[in-house]
Design a protein around this ligand. Sequence first.
Ligand code: PLP
Ligand code: MG
Ligand code: MG
Length: 611
Amino acid sequence: MIKQAVIVAAGLGSRLKEKTVSKPKGFLELGGIAIVEWSVQKLFACGIEKIIIGTGYHAEAYDELAKKYPAVQTAFSADYETTSSMATLSVCAPYVSDDFLLLESDLIYDSIGLTVLCNDIHENVILASGATNSGDEVYLAAANGSLLEALSKNKAELTSVYGELVGISKISPAFLAAMCAYYEKKRAEFPKLDYEHAIMACASSHPVFIRKIEYYAWREIDDESHLEMARNEILPRIQENESLRQIRREVLLNPGPATTSDSVKYAQVCADICPREEEFGDVMKWVCRELTAVVADPSEYETVFFGGSGTAADEVMISSCVPEAGHVLIVDNGSYGQRLAKIASVYKINHTVYKSSAYEKIDMSVLENEFKTGKYTHLGIVYHETTTGLLNPLDVICPLAKKYNMVTIVDAVSIYAGMPMELSKLGIDFMASTSNKNIQGMAGVGFVICKKSELEKTKTIPMRNYYLNLYDQYAHFTKTGQTRFTPPVQTLYALRQAILETKQETVEKRWQRYTECWRILVDAVKKFNLKMLVKEEEQSHLITAIFDPDTPKYTFEGLHDLARQHGFTIYPGKLGNINTFRIANIGDIKPYEMKRFTEVLKSYLDSIGWK
Ligand code: PLP
Ligand code: MG
Ligand code: MG
């Protein structure tokens, strides 16, 4: 799996004259976005975790870009005026620790080239195309099929032309080391050595393959004529190709599984791998660590995951964390609190249910009186009651439970990664969530984030179940780097991509986006004379329960079917005899899409004569 990329971007771009006086070539704009930013986004979409940009000329522009993208870092080549791309690559080399993609900064290209290189079985591969007639071609000659034999800007120097160098390659760390060593030897004599000549020079000791896509849509932009060609011919081709690979957009306004990005969907399409391979163990360890890091310090907390849904994670916590002599107080103010209690009763765990309104704030003084009885060793509670969109004030409740020495078990299924939170600050010892809600991955992974010191204490609790046992799963994974049973491999690859995208967006910004969507919805709901179940200030911003319009003409099916025709899926309410429908805005949903949904809602209300 390729996780790193290097973009060499130090050059002056002098052939573009006034266009590159105040900025480097990578910041030429095409289609309203800098070409290097385009490249960065394509790299992320294909699963790259870290991008190192080798800078020189107008390095400050790239430093700014690195601030915008946390996974981008820059490395400055001080001699950029007197050297070339191999010197730039050399300053990046210390930051590369794995196989990586090497790109030039002045390229526009169809993202399929990245996929093809990542999937190529060979270690060192350079991407090539058929004839471009661009006027600045680097021609490649091949031996024995596709082995790189020679390269030159002068066709006449080659016996035959196999393809043209694109400027995107896949390189192994060993090959990079050889290239850098070669440059060190030659530097005094040829300071302006290009990286492609170092590739050629080292190809005798490390085989380099050429991967050719005959009709590949790409252009390197070195001068005005290239820029024109890129804008008028190549960019439209790239956009068409990429649009052909888009998955039909369905906006899920149900509270999970959530809408996902295409890159998350595509992350599941990958090489088969036996999950017992170390390579996959590394993916799982990375996923666990990063899931923890969303809400806690990984040195203090640990994520343990299972193949299963959110309920599986709830069942893991309830069945594995309460000792035989324990007594858990379970707060029930909606379906999911009720479910926690149901699980406790199925396992015959000593528990008491604390009932509270499903749509009004928990009365803290009454709850505290219950805590004060001293009967309870554990508290079980739902952070965000998805039933109604009521957000329980865990910032008050959990610290209070800690004061009374209770272990806190929290269902955070529908709030984790949707709102910033810090488990240690909140006083949460165990928390459950799933891959398919705010983290924006696919359904199939349920996980529990555990305070390690509390997790260790569960070691002596006799196992009440087998598959869903928390400590057993944790101990086995820690010892072997493998799960006890078959993990959902492709779901985990999608989860890895979803985590990368969460880190890119940040939970803070995701919360803002969710809030923006919610605001659009709530404003429309009020304008349309509809009423909400929960007070606005107690709502989570993630799910809104709306009373059915009080007219016999309203049917949930009518609204659902019209919304579905427009690409929106909505969900009925879930609260006994109170008739509501629910709109969730969790997932990869854009504010303009919520705006469009409110227009569909309006047209439905008009159709039933609602004023
Ligand atoms: N807990 C809460 C708060 C939820 O919102 C959900 C699902 O919506 C669950 C638990 C159960 O998750 P799943 O349906 O994945 O089992
Ligand atoms: Mg060139
Ligand atoms: Mg160039």
